[in-house]
Design a protein around this ligand. Structure first.
Ligand code: SD4
Length: 352
């Protein structure tokens, strides 16, 4: 029996069992559109650093590997990159100088795991996977997440590099928290970083969100970040919140987000994108609608913040949309391994 047939059978049995248990009727879920399953593997990621991440994921997908292994391997690339100050090791710290990381991972069968505000561990995505596979829980935070990681054999290290520490000291001179829109160092970036006194106008946010579909049609997603630079101690963004920064439904597709996490959490953003796809929207239409809900609810705030969504349905169709110009995403499949695409956005010119 294929994975999908086994899953369908299990969920039908599960639904029937719970209906019997409480003696009531199960209200019908909205009908899923008949989206055909993709015929080949594909992986997509947020931002330009997604190109390298995709290549690591592709090395697994190309050999017929599992989408879950692919997104984990891909997400580890920016986590290890010392030049990347928004993910993993060398991530910019909070306003008190602590590097705290958030990550989540999800497969096509609603299995998911996450860690939030974890310190001293360079690969939170792999800890998130262990939470998923080796605990009865979905989310571990702070010291508890660290304790679990150490028990699992992860290495404790200092994640604050001299460069990040210097950037933090620069920031302390004004100590103003104004999330910038995009990274200046990105191909499609802008210059807001400079106003924060960061060396070279370095960015204060950019998360990697990845979605993959493998040769067997299984989907998985991963999301990992150091969150907003100079955030309050203990602040957690959307990235480790299943349904906000990441959501995967093997029947429909997946979505992930980048940008100001508070706005994404308020709108259960990635879950919303997947539900819109369930109702028949294309990934592109679903991402646009999710962005427009944020804009509609907070029209003034949305002029100065960035939020971007990236989605792929189980047919392998891809879409993205952002509030501000400058968001990009990388697509990799058998035809092309290094594609980088500028996302459509509401505003096409800069506000800053
Ligand atoms: C957060 N969404 O912590 C993350 C940050 C981010 O692009 O995506 N930046 O809110």
């Amino acid at each position: 029996m294929t994975d999908r047939r086994r899953f369908l059978k299990a969920s039908l049995l599960g639904t029937a069992a719970s209906a019997l248990a409480w003696g009531g009727k199960v209200s019908a879920a909205p009908a899923s559109p008949q989206v055909p399953v993709a015929t080949g593997a594909r992986v997509i990621s947020t931002w330009d650093f997604g190109v390298a991440a995709n290549q690591a994921a592709w090395a697994i997908l190309d050999k017929g590997g599992h989408a879950l292994d692919a997104v984990e391997a891909g997400a580890r690339v920016p986590e290890a990159d010392l030049k990347n100050h928004s993910v993993g090791r060398a991530g910019y710290p909070d306003r008190d100088g602590h590097v705290t990381l958030d990550a989540s991972i999800m497969d096509h069968n609603y299995n998911c795991g996450a860690v939030a505000a974890i310190e001293h561990i360079a690969h939170p995505i792999s800890v998130a996977r262990r939470v998923m596979e080796r605990t009865p829980h979905v989310l571990l935070v702070g010291d508890g997440a660290l304790q679990f990681a150490l028990e699992q054999g992860f290495k404790k290290e200092n994640l604050l590099t001299p460069e990040s520490e210097q950037a933090w000291h620069e920031w302390l001179k004004t100590a103003k928290y104004h999330p910038s829109i995009n990274s200046e160092t990105r191909d499609y970036g802008r210059t807001a970083g400079k106003s924060m006194g960061m060396p070279g106008g370095a960015n204060n946010h950019d998360t990697i969100g990845m979605l993959a579909i493998d040769a067997q049609g299984r989907m998985a997603g991963a999301c990992t970040t150091s969150g907003m630079a100079w955030k309050m101690r203990g602040r957690v963004g959307d990235s480790p919140i299943i349904g906000a920064g990441l959501y995967v439904d093997g029947e429909i597709g997946g979505a992930t987000s980048t940008g100001v996490g508070e706005e994404v959490i308020r709108n259960a953003g990635s879950f919303l994108v997947v539900e819109l796809m369930r109702q028949g929207r294309s990934p592109q239409e679903a991402c646009k609608e999710a962005v427009m809900r944020i804009v509609k609810r907070r029209p003034e705030a949305s002029k100065t913040i960035q939020v971007g969504f990236l989605a792929m349905n189980r047919a392998g169709e891809v879409g993205a949309y952002a509030i501000q110009h400058g968001f990009s995403y990388a697509v990799c499949d058998a035809r092309k391994q290094d594609g980088l695409i500028p996302s459509q956005s509401l505003y096409t010119t800069s506000y800053s």
